[in-house]
Design a protein around this ligand. Structure first.
Ligand SMILES: [Zn+2]
Length: 504
């Protein structure tokens, strides 16, 4: 070996030593490198999971959701990632790279939720319940309805227990935390809606009591229908839905034919109207819809797709895959989906695309506003009956619902329909239902901003698509939902403005 090559080798050794020194376990480069590695796996499993969900609806291949779930379970219970995130989360404000800081926050949320949702006992019980609850035929070894209810209640007990071990008062509090809604903000939000809607609701009840002796749940249902008739938009013939969807997006400058979207119209499992599935973000989005799903449902699912397709990041954890709790804020995603659906309730849109009649429109709008406090109280009922059951899982679910019906609907008679606690929503999408109420406010707020910026005819303004992409879709999960909303609309969630806009 001559001296030159010896020197060369020495330099190499020193530089390797220096590199590994700069990537010591406590350094940002090490953190980044490890997250990069884990996120490659994370995305691969997410794609496998999305494909399984698609197969469930399309029957193209076996819908194996269990394998990716087990892989997620293994990834999230890995010691290296847990130790690293724990160490960095507490000092995350010192991380100089903003993107890296956000990745730590998202990983932290995911790992917290995974400690409960992927706990072996919970994981097994949830999987078992999902098998039985999606089974259409009754099989010989299938548990009875009562047994399924006992199993679901047990699942709820276990979720609470695990969440308490992490320092939360119960499971819903953990969900509100990892989805970044925050417990204090959230319960304030609910109490504002409750207090503002109570007096107009009482007036509606008083008026009804002029003609009958007592108010029943059937009255409440009728009011809610009045809201939905308007809220669902016009009826569109099946063969026109896709054409109209393309046209509606085209009007705001988004060319549907250039999007990586596949739509499948097919009978779906019970309780599923439609689902938008991000198989791979941003370039493989698919929608499965039942043949009878209304057009508003089509626009909603497409809205989910716009968010994912126009997400402009290569960092997997920032793309907002929805399969693991804590990776995104469901309420915000639903808000963006509803922003798309809300387009078809716009008066100008209706004038152009439906057999619009001014008098009927005004009448229907009036009816909707009358029913609006009832609709909001129904949302409060749906949200709190789940949360209250987590707080009191030993109580009879039906009694608990009757108590809440008294509070929100002022109905003394017991509810005629019994709802089973053993339902897919509670089992597979726990503490998610509040997303839709928050989504109503978010989508209203975004539309108000669009109108302010682009004028009354904003629904036909090609710049709107660009605005949505740049201000709401592009960042992915880089910022919290509150920050994204503020960037786009200049305000935090404007609950007061929303209620005022509907006469409250
Ligand atoms: Zn949705």
């Amino acid at each position: 070996m001559n001296k030159k090559s010896f020197n060369f080798i020495l330099v190499c050794i020193l530089s390797i030593a220096f590199q590994s020194c700069s990537k010591s376990v406590d350094s940002e480069p090490y953190l980044e490198q490890l997250l990069d590695k884990k996120e490659i796996l994370f995305e691969e499993i997410s794609v496998q999971y999305g494909t399984a969900v698609w197969n469930l609806y399309s029957d193209e291949a076996e819908a194996d959701q269990l394998t990716p779930r087990k892989r997620f379970q293994k990834l999230f219970s890995n010691d290296t990632i847990n130790t690293l995130i724990d160490r960095w989360y507490s000092k995350r404000n010192n991380i100089s790279n903003r993107e890296l800081r956000r990745r730590v926050e998202l990983w932290y949320n995911i790992l917290i939720a995974a400690k409960v949702n992927f706990d072996e006992e919970i994981f097994q019980l949830q999987n078992e319940l999902e098998v039985w609850l999606t089974e259409e035929d009754s099989l010989p070894d299938m548990p009875s309805k009562e047994e399924l209810e006992i199993m679901t209640t047990q699942l709820i007990h276990l979720r609470n227990e695990k969440a308490r071990l992490l320092g939360y008062s119960d499971y819903p509090e953990m969900v509100l935390d990892v989805t970044e809604l925050g417990r204090d903000w959230f319960f304030d939000f609910l109490s504002i809606i409750d207090s503002v809607t109570l007096s107009p609701y009482k007036k509606l009840v008083a008026k009804t009591l002029e003609t009958k002796e007592e108010i029943e749940y059937s009255d409440v249902r009728q009011w809610i229908m009045d809201y939905y008739i308007f809220g669902f938009g016009p009826e569109i013939e099946s063969e026109k839905k896709l054409i109209l969807l393309k046209e509606t997006l085209g009007n705001i400058g988004i060319n549907y034919d250039q999007l990586p979207v596949k739509i499948l119209v097919r009978d779906l499992p019970p309780m599923v109207g439609g689902q938008g599935i991000a198989v791979r973000i941003p370039d493989d989005f698919r929608i499965a819809v039942r043949p009878d799903l209304d057009f508003s449902g089509w626009m909603h699912e497409m809205g989910h797709g716009l968010q994912w397709i126009f997400t402009n990041t290569n960092v997997a954890i920032l793309k907002g895959y929805e399969w693991c709790m804590g990776n995104d804020c469901g309420a915000f995603s639903e808000g963006l989906a509803e922003t798309s659906a809300r387009m078809i309730n716009n008066q100008k849109w209706l004038q152009r695309h439906s057999d619009y009649n001014e008098r009927e429109y005004i009448e229907s709008l009036e009816k909707m506003k009358m029913a609006f406090p009832v609709y909001l109280r129904k949302q409060l009922m749906d949200i709190t009956e789940e949360i209250e059951f987590y707080r009191n899982p030993e109580r009879d679910y039906h009694d608990l619902r009757n108590e809440l019906a008294k509070k929100y609907y002022l109905v003394d008679k017991p509810l005629t329909r019994r709802r089973s606690v053993a339902n897919m929503l509670y089992v597979s999408y726990p503490v998610y239902v509040q997303s839709y109420l928050i989504a109503d406010v978010i989508s209203w707020q975004i539309h108000s901003t669009l109108e302010e910026k682009f004028g009354k005819d904003y629904i036909f303004e090609p710049e709107v698509g660009k605005f949505l992409k740049e201000n709401l879709y592009a960042h992915g999960e880089l910022y919290s939902w509150q920050t994204r909303l503020k960037l786009a609309t200049g305000k935090e969630l404007d609950v007061e403005g929303f209620l005022k806009a509907f006469g409250l």
